[in-house]
Design a protein around this ligand. Structure first.
Ligand code: CTP
Ligand code: MG
Length: 240
């Protein structure tokens, strides 16, 4: 069995704030991307890691990764990414080894995902599920609105979905390679509102079943400045 991981890391991190791309920001002195690659390499089933770098930054990312040792030896590839997450994943898929029988897609922005979560996702794919997503129950009540609204503007509510039927999804999401490759071939070119916000969403559109497995609190995404504070606190707790 050969599990390959694609790590989209080409985003600019606008919500985190100006400066260098989010994946290169430091967490405890180590780039967020390095934490994410180490988290994936720590999983024993993972043999290949494909990092999707900012479009003009592949060489720099390669040099950065070569400076930081990994917990286990893996084949490490770095490819340039695109302008949307979906395009970055597609560019990563082009480097997928032909003998991979599980492909995971993991956000660089989730640097602290525990190895057990990664292994549980990969195992569920090996056991026959075409698409597997780690997810957690939603703690906030979610309101539906009629249309996208400008931030800060009062906006009418159109409904309140039953929270018991909602889940917040994380990464790594795991796939049978053909399922994800097919989804990208068939849905290529869809962007903006038609584009999927996660990889499993594309596979759902093919009509394939997607299953959830338990996610983990520490697999949270570093999106806004407060998330950096939380990530540093999680790392400090791990060192004790
Ligand atoms: N990503 C990517 N290529 C893009 C956009 C996003 O590879 N064109 C990656 C990001 O690097 C990140 C993951 O997708 O690891 C999740 O995206 P998100 O958290 O939204 O990161 P950014 O897009 O960088 O942040 P923002 O939306 O705040 O700009
Ligand atoms: Mg984004």
């Amino acid at each position: 069995p050969h599990t390959a991981v694609i790590i989209p890391a080409a985003g600019r991190g606008v919500r985190l704030g100006p400066g260098i791309p989010k994946a290169l920001r430091l967490l405890n002195g180590v780039p967020i991307l390095v934490h994410a690659v180490r988290a994936m390499a720590a999983a024993r089933s993972v043999a290949t890691v494909i990092v999707v770098a900012p479009p003009d930054g592949a060489e720099g990312v390669r040099a950065l990764l070569d400076e930081h040792p990994l917990p286990r030896p893996v084949a490490l590839h770095v490819v340039p990414g695109g302008t949307t997450r979906q395009e970055s994943v597609r560019l990563g898929l082009a480097a997928l080894p032909a003998d991979a029988d599980v492909v995971l897609v993991h956000d660089a922005a989730r640097p602290l995902v525990p190895v057990d979560t990664t292994e549980a996702v990969a195992a569920a794919v090996r056991d026959g599920a075409p698409a597997v997503v780690p997810a957690l129950p939603v703690t906030d009540t979610i309101k539906q609105i009629a249309a996208p609204a400008r931030e800060g503007e009062p906006v009418p509510v159109t409904g309140t979905p039953d929270r018991a039927l909602l889940r917040a999804v994380q990464t790594p999401q795991g796939f049978a390679p053909d399922a994800l490759l097919d989804a990208h071939r068939r849905l290529a070119g869809l962007g903006g509102e038609e584009g999927a916000t996660d990889d499993a969403g594309m596979v759902e559109r093919l009509g394939l079943p997607v299953v959830l497995v338990p996610g983990h609190e520490e697999a949270f995404k570093v999106t806004r400045p407060l998330d950096l504070v939380l990530a540093e606190a999680v790392l400090a707790r791990r060192r004790i």
